[in-house]
Design a protein around this ligand. Sequence first.
Ligand code: AR6
Length: 169
Amino acid sequence: MSVQIYQGDITKLEIDAIVNAANTSLLGGGGVDGAIHRAAGPELLEECRTLNGCKTGEAKITKGYKLPAKFVIHTVGPVWHGGQNREDELLANCYRNSLELAEIHGIHTIAFPAISTGVYRFPIERATRIALLEIKKFLSIKFIVEKITFVCFNDHVYKTYLKVMNEVF
Ligand code: AR6
């Protein structure tokens, strides 16, 4: 199993699954969600309409349609409200539940964006630590997923991942 940090656009990755930082409606939005829906085409929204939304911290899977990725795992991160509203636990759940779905669907390679750190305002360093610690726990217990990529959309996110990676691993 390998963990990789990559700076770029998640919608371009030829991989088994990309994770979408969605909202509870699963009907699209801005940020990475908007980019994924634009790149996948309208069939993605059609399939999402059949899913009855998704609770915060949970995850649901669809096909990738026009994306180079075969599947999209949609998860809903918490909105940051100062840290006293179970934000840490809910964000950890996003990573764990996405990886569990990946295992069930035989996904070997998966890429995550920095969930909740855009519109939902979760502090980047705190979010990165939660993401990497959750992945570290997962490494010893799961066997299907072989490669996890963290996709950083800008320089600041990328540098934060590199720094926290050195602390956690
Ligand atoms: N590839 C990789 N990362 C990206 C991309 C991309 N193409 N575009 C943005 N990011 P956000 P959230 C990064 O706001 O905070 C939506 O409207 C971005 O720089 O996309 O979980 C949903 O519908 C940031 O680091 O997601 C929800 O309503 C990270 O992705 C809400 O936003 C997450 O930023 C979810 O907010």
